[in-house]
Design a protein around this ligand. Structure first.
Ligand SMILES: Cc1ncc(COP(=O)(O)O)c(C=O)c1O
Length: 359
């Protein structure tokens, strides 16, 4: 199998070892004579994988199973934009949201259907090119919501904000497992798996058990976190194949030294590309000028000379680099370099950036 450098934002590159193990599991699981796609989600083979994934998830993030409830869902992170306020916001309450990009904007839109929303801070004024540092918090907010990594704009919170008394809740879709951050500072976090954690189809939710107790009661059964928590994410058929591959990705992360090593590698990888971009200010326009706010996962940039964009992409294709086109809403370029993306690919892009700049 020939692999190219896949810079896609999601679904995104997965470790080759994981792909090989996943393909073996598609043919047969544990000598059962059946594929992972064919066994019951209530049978022992799948159940072992399900519990293994729950335990590894908590262990990698440094969260205790006494305090935290993992939940595996479908519907993407986008469904969480609505499920979160349905469960934890009432019409007479206010939730604080920080608006740092298109995904935060979508989360805010959904929350407004269920209660009052205070925009505690926003970087919309500078086209989401930075992370806000000043907040206007509601004293008794139901929660404060942030997006830890802004996949489209290429910004990332350099440190978690102080939420005051409000529970801190985060959309970690594009940087879960990427950095060694104190996950126990959150009351709840969620992530679509298809960037740094596995295939599309699985959404990971982690919620503190005491916070879950306070969830609203009048929520439709399938949209209530309590339903899924109470049934160990087996209330209905979960996305079994995605959870199987997610578990393989978790093992891969553990074997490579967990969050500490992911953090170290990701800083080095992103550094290679940002360094090359910053060397040629007349040619490249990195979208995020405040270096502390730059994403380790999604490096966004434009060419000063927009007329050369097609030439840049064609040159990248020739060098077997795919997926560098920026999100359709912002244009330019985006190099998504999740955990599984190899350092050699970052070095190759850095070399190409230098070559292109002097051509
Ligand atoms: C930060 C963030 N939040 C939410 C989403 C939406 O995820 P999904 O497509 O799983 O609904 C994305 C997708 O790219 C994202 O990057």
């Amino acid at each position: 199998m020939k692999r190219i450098y896949n810079f896609s934002a999601g679904p995104a590159i997965l470790p080759e070892e994981v792909l090989q193990q996943a393909s073996a599991g598609v043919l047969e699981i544990d000598g059962t004579g059946m594929s992972i796609l064919e066994v019951s989600h209530r049978g022992p083979n799948y159940e072992a994988i399900h519990h293994d994934a729950e335990n590894r998830l908590l262990s990698i993030l440094g969260l205790s199973s006494n305090e935290w409830q993992p939940i595996f869902l479908g519907g993407g992170a986008s469904l969480q934009f609505a499920m979160l306020p349905m469960n934890f916001l009432s019409s007479n309450q206010t939730a604080d949201y920080v608006n740092t990009g298109e995904w935060s904007t979508k989360a805010i839109k959904e929350a407004k259907r269920y209660g009052k929303v205070n925009i505690a801070a926003s970087s919309e004024g500078n086209k989401f090119a930075s992370i806000p540092t000043e907040f206007n918090l509601t004293p008794d907010a139901a929660y404060l919501h942030i997006t830890t990594n802004n996949t489209i704009e290429g910004t990332e919170w350099p440190a978690l904000p102080s939420a005051g008394k409000a529970p801190l809740i985060a959309d970690c879709s594009s940087d879960i497992f990427a950095r060694d951050i104190p996950y126990d500072r959150f009351h709840m976090l969620y992530a679509g798996a298809q960037k740094n954690a596995g295939p599309a189809g699985l959404t990971i939710v982690l919620v503190r058990k005491d916070f879950l107790e306070s969830a609203n009661a009048d929520v439709p059964t399938m949209l209530s976190y309590k339903t899924h928590a109470g049934a160990g994410s087996l209330y209905n058929t979960p996305p079994v194949f995605s959870i199987f591959v997610f578990d393989l990705v978790l093992k891969w992360i553990e074997e490579r030294g967990g969050l500490e090593n992911m953090d170290r590698c990701n800083r080095r990888k992103a550094g290679l590309i940002y360094e090359a971009l910053d060397e040629f200010p007349d040619v490249y326009d990195p979208a995020v000028t405040n270096k502390a706010d730059r994403s380790l996962m999604n490096v966004t940039f434009r060419l000063k000379d927009k007329g050369r964009e097609a030439e840049f992409l064609a040159g990248a294709q020739l060098r077997e680099m795919d997926g560098l086109k920026g999100h359709r809403s912002v244009g330019g370029f985006r190099a998504s370099i999740y955990n599984a993306f190899p350092e050699t690919g970052c070095a190759a892009l850095a070399a190409y950036l230098r070559e292109f700049a002097v051509s």
